[in-house]
Design a protein around this ligand. Structure first.
Ligand SMILES: Cc1cc2nc3c(=O)[nH]c(=O)nc-3n(C[C@H](O)[C@H](O)[C@H](O)COP(=O)(O)OP(=O)(O)OC[C@H]3O[C@@H](n4cnc5c(N)ncnc54)[C@H](O)[C@@H]3O)c2cc1C
Length: 393
């Protein structure tokens, strides 16, 4: 057996998720993509197998098996179906506000239901006019009695229409810039809250992406997540912790594409030998394997940092680097897999064109690749490091 970075206990759980992926998700993946329908049967599989629990601490109803294993679970599912892996990644994204800033009452009310998968979560930050520049949001939450009234809209929200609980960011003080933003828990079905439409997309077709409208949505004081005015900081802390989920999705896509291309190249013959033995194809496979393994190194390092208790403000750079690198590797591996399959790579009968369409979003959501580079460079400038060339040159 080749060297494995996971402990025996982690390996056991990874193998469980891998079996679920191979036996229950892989046979459905093409259909999920073609139907453009949210796969509730996959949610049921995750519930039955306790897979949602891998994202949560024991006291919140989860397995308490840590951040690394949660990422591994997303990766394993993404190796066969990126849409299904997003169900897990967004359960984490939509629960992180509660985990990081929820009161004991809010946590008790929601986290066990999220850990079992009874309720699905969503995270609503982006608006039509504010994506990368999220502080420019226009949705407002006006104080009203002891509660708030939300007005405005959100765009591109994953799990729109299927989530039971939305973490929504809105301006409680529109004059105060990013310091005037607060976070709220809004339940599906709240009067005045509706999903106005769902997007047609290039990939991740099994995931809903929708526009939310808030028209005088009244919420009580118990809906405020964290302190008033602390919402923007919370949104960024959540992204620090959730971006590696996208990286895990990307890593799974890269591995899935590499595995498929390898199997194909072993058996497809041209000019009297398997294409894997043509040096130009062998070189592609070697590059796909090497970059995927390097991406895994960055992502698992982040997972270990969390599990070893590295303080939150030291995770930002590691998180952005994992997302940046895994996303780019997924895109390259998917492009090369299509190339290795030739004409067969371009048609729906084979899964690699789906991997290619699904890979692209990992370079866009939860902060584009450009934004990750800005984050990484900003963190580099904050660091004091030993400079070995002092006074030289
Ligand atoms: C399928 C899908 C699912 C999504 N799910 C969610 C979700 O669940 N919740 C949520 O809140 N949002 C979600 N989003 C929104 C997503 O996070 C944003 O689309 C993304 O952050 C980019 O914002 P934008 O689309 O407004 O692009 P813009 O911010 O308009 O950016 C356009 C281009 O300019 C670049 N750019 C912008 N600013 C800079 C800069 N300062 N320096 C250099 N380049 C820059 C960007 O990198 C990009 O290439 C989702 C989007 C999609 C497509």
């Amino acid at each position: 057996m080749s060297w494995d970075p996971l402990s025996p206990e982690q390996r056991e759980l990874r193998d469980l998720v891998r079996t679920v992926a191979r036996e229950r998700i892989a046979p459905r993946a093409a259909e999920i993509d073609a139907s453009h329908a949210f796969p509730w049967d996959v949610v049921e599989v995750f519930r039955e197998a306790g897979i949602f629990g891998l994202l949560f601490d024991e006291e919140d109803g989860g397995t308490g098996t840590g951040a690394l294993l949660a990422l591994v679970a997303i990766e394993e599912i993404a190796r066969v179906c990126a849409s299904s892996s997003l169900i897990l990644a967004v359960q984490e994204l939509g629960s992180l506000g509660l985990k990081l800033a929820g009161s004991p009452q809010q946590r008790a009310a929601w986290l066990p239901r999220l850990a079992s998968g009874e309720v699905l979560a969503a995270y609503a930050l982006t608006e039509a006019g504010s994506g990368s520049d999220s502080a420019a949001m226009r949705t407002t939450a006006r104080a009203d009695g002891d509660g708030f009234v939300l007005d405005g809209g959100k765009r591109f929200i994953t799990n729109a229409g299927v989530a039971g609980l939305y973490t929504v960011f809105a301006k409680t003080d529109p004059e105060a810039g990013h310091r005037g933003i607060s976070a709220f828990l809004v339940e599906a079905g709240a009067p005045g809250f509706e999903v106005a439409r769902l997007e047609e997309k290039l990939g991740i077709n099994g995931s809903t992406t929708g526009e939310l409208v808030f028209d005088g949505v009244r919420v009580g004081p118990e809906a405020l997540l964290g302190e008033e005015g602390e919402g923007f900081r919370l949104a960024m802390r959540i992204l620090d912790r959730s971006r590696p989920g996208v990286a895990a999705q990307a890593l799974g896509i890269a591995q899935g594409a590499t595995d498929y291309a390898l199997e194909y190249a072993r058996t497809r013959e041209t000019m009297g030998k398997p294409i894997a033995q043509h040096q130009l194809i062998a070189g592609k496979l070697a590059d796909m394997e090497t970059t995927t393994e390097a991406a895994r190194g960055l992502l698992y390092r982040y997972g270990r940092m969390v599990d070893e208790g590295v303080p939150a403000d030291e995770l930002t750079k590691a998180s952005a680097m994992a997302k940046l690198f895994c996303g780019d590797v997924a895109m390259q591996a998917a492009v090369e897999a299509v190339q290795i399959l030739g004409g067969y790579g371009y048609v729906r009968e084979y899964p690699v064109e789906r991997f290619l369409r699904d890979a692209k979003i990992t370079q866009i959501y939860e902060g584009t690749q450009e934004v990750q580079r800005l984050v990484i460079a900003r963190e580099m400038l904050k660091e004091s490091r030993t400079f070995l060339m002092e006074g030289v040159g």
